[in-house]
Design a protein around this ligand. Structure first.
Ligand code: BYC
Ligand code: FE
Ligand code: FE
Length: 471
């Protein structure tokens, strides 16, 4: 279905037929634009960026590419087409028709899920706002902005649900999305990983590899929702999410390629004197980003998560492909448990282990990319393997937040941990080195020395295309 671009807010939800809702969103729109100017990408207002804009939700041709000034980007509301006769796929209401309006008894839980999801979207834009100053190429600068405008659109997607289905308290929540800020000591973003700094491009690529991948898994779980408007919104968001992870994976891969080339050329693992990012540094960044992203899944054992599932609000990853009754009443599962002597196990209701299940699927998906990275290293005849740290490493949420562990999962005393940390996580010196590489490259087709060029350009354009115009 084509989007209606005659409206002030492009949409495929017939916003024009609901004047009250349209007016409410039109009131929120200026606050959003103001937020974008104040908290969005720095010094970007006058740039013309080769962006893709959603014009329909059809798989063939939903996107339109053109140079756009970002404040003029048409942030719109797009839901995937409804599936005819869709029924709830899990939980106590399994088999019943999906809800097209809020199930009143689950209003609080649903609002909380939508608010938590929505909060991450502008948070990521805030975290990435400084990166435009130091992009390694015009190609990368454009990709950063593409990710940023789409995260902005994802906020619109959640704000639409809040306005359309929750009345006054939904509108209040929508306002607060623009009032909390990443890293703000007084009004931080809800989830911790969205308060961290993302000031260098190695962090940006790790962010889009690991943190946007949490987005993929959470959105996939919400796409299973019995609340159909949420499901349809998330299904369309997932099509955009794929590009964010592409940016992350190819970004890390290109850095790795450059590192391997420098290692071969100079016959040394220490490529810093040659302006490269050495493999140990890459591993430290992986350790950091992956471990803070595991925290995003919440506690291994969570009654919230059990309720979301039983109520039919949030399913599992690819729920329909799982071979069980999709209700899990009475099912049990073993999960790790921290005791005085180390790690033991305990048996709990499977329903309460939903966060753990989603996190395990996330780990498998994260490892697949690492396997591709390791092939690149092996192809250069270099003996080094990048790994995901153990689930116990550097955790702030859940059962392992009580213990210290090395990346290989060995439990440590506080003292040994404090010493080891310097080897496993980015230090001030590592940050200083990576930051020293962050000098902007703005000549079309040129790349910073620490990253290889991409394999191909965007939407059939050459790599030396002027992806961003500065006038
Ligand atoms: N940091 O019962 P528990 C994305 C709190 S990313 C701080 O285990 P639950 C994107 C929790 O609120 C996807 N606090 O939690 C990516 C609770 O607080 P109260 C985002 C945390 O509810 C890149 C308490 O701890 N979407 O889209 O089962 C760029 C007990 O927790 C954290 C979603 O997350 C934390 N990490 O699970 C742009 C989906 N974790 O009640 C965008 C929606 C937990 O004690 N959210 N707490 O005050 C959810 O499904 C769930 O809220 C969570 C947490 C999975 C996040
Ligand atoms: Fe998003
Ligand atoms: Fe994303």
């Amino acid at each position: 279905m084509k989007a209606d671009y005659n409206e002030s807010i492009p949409n495929n939800v017939n916003l024009g037929d609901d004047r009250r809702l349209l007016r409410a969103l039109e009131r929120w729109q200026p606050a959003y634009i103001q937020w974008w100017r104040d908290m969005g990408p720095v010094e970007s207002t006058d740039l013309q960026v080769y962006l893709r804009t959603a014009i329909s939700v059809d798989t063939d041709g939903w996107a339109h590419f053109d140079h756009v000034r970002m404040p003029d980007y048409r942030w719109g509301i797009f839901l995937a087409e409804p599936e005819p006769d869709r029924t709830i796929g899990f939980g106590a209401h399994k088999g019943e028709p999906v809800w097209t309006d809020i199930p009143g008894e689950y209003r609080t839980e649903l609002r909380r899920l939508i608010v938590t999801q929505g909060d991450t979207e502008p948070a990521s834009v805030e975290q990435q706002r400084q990166l435009g100053r130091t992009a390694p190429s015009l190609y990368d600068l454009r990709n950063l902005y593409q990710v940023n405008v789409e995260e902005g659109r994802h906020l619109w997607a959640m704000v639409y649900l809040l306005h359309a289905f929750f009345g006054r308290d939904g509108r209040e929540e929508a306002d607060e999305m623009l009032e909390r800020h990443a890293g703000d000591p007084d009004r931080p973003r809800i989830l911790q990983a969205f308060n961290e700094q993302t000031n260098d491009w190695l962090s940006f690529f790790m962010f889009t590899y690991f943190q946007d991948r949490d987005g993929k898994f959470q959105l996939a779980a919400l796409a299973e929702s019995g609340f159909d408007p949420l499901s349809r919104t998330c299904r369309f968001m997932l099509t955009e999410e794929a590009h964010h992870m592409f940016v992350g994976e190819t970004g890390v891969m290109r850095i790795l390629q450059r590192t391997c080339e420098l290692m071969r050329e100079h016959d040394t693992a220490d490529v810093r004197p040659y302006g490269g990012i050495n493999l140990e540094t890459l591993q430290k960044w992986i350790n950091f980003h992956y471990s803070i992203c595991l925290d995003l899944f919440g506690s291994e054992r969570s009654t919230n998560a059990a309720n979301y599932f039983s109520m039919g609000l949030k399913g599992r990853y690819q729920e329909a492909k799982l071979d069980d009754d999709h209700k899990l009443d009475g099912e049990q599962i073993e999960i790790p448990k921290v005791t005085a002597d180390g790690i033991d196990h305990e048996t709990i209701a499977a329903l309460t282990a939903m966060n753990l299940k989603l996190r395990q699927d996330y780990t498998k998906d994260s490892q697949r990319g690492l396997n591709r990275f390791n092939k690149m290293i092996a192809a250069h005849d270099i003996d080094f393997v990048l790994t995901l740290p153990d689930e116990k490493f550097n955790r702030g949420i859940g059962i392992f937040s009580e213990v210290h562990a090395s990346p290989d999962g060995t439990l440590l005393t506080g003292e040994v941990w404090e010493k080891g940390k310097r080897e496993w996580l980015p230090t001030a010196d590592d940050h200083a080195y990576v930051n020293s590489l962050m000098v902007p490259v703005t000549e079309p087709g040129k790349m910073a020395g620490w990253i290889a060029p991409p394999k191909r350009g965007i939407h059939g354009q050459p790599i030396d295309f002027e992806y961003v115009l500065f006038h």
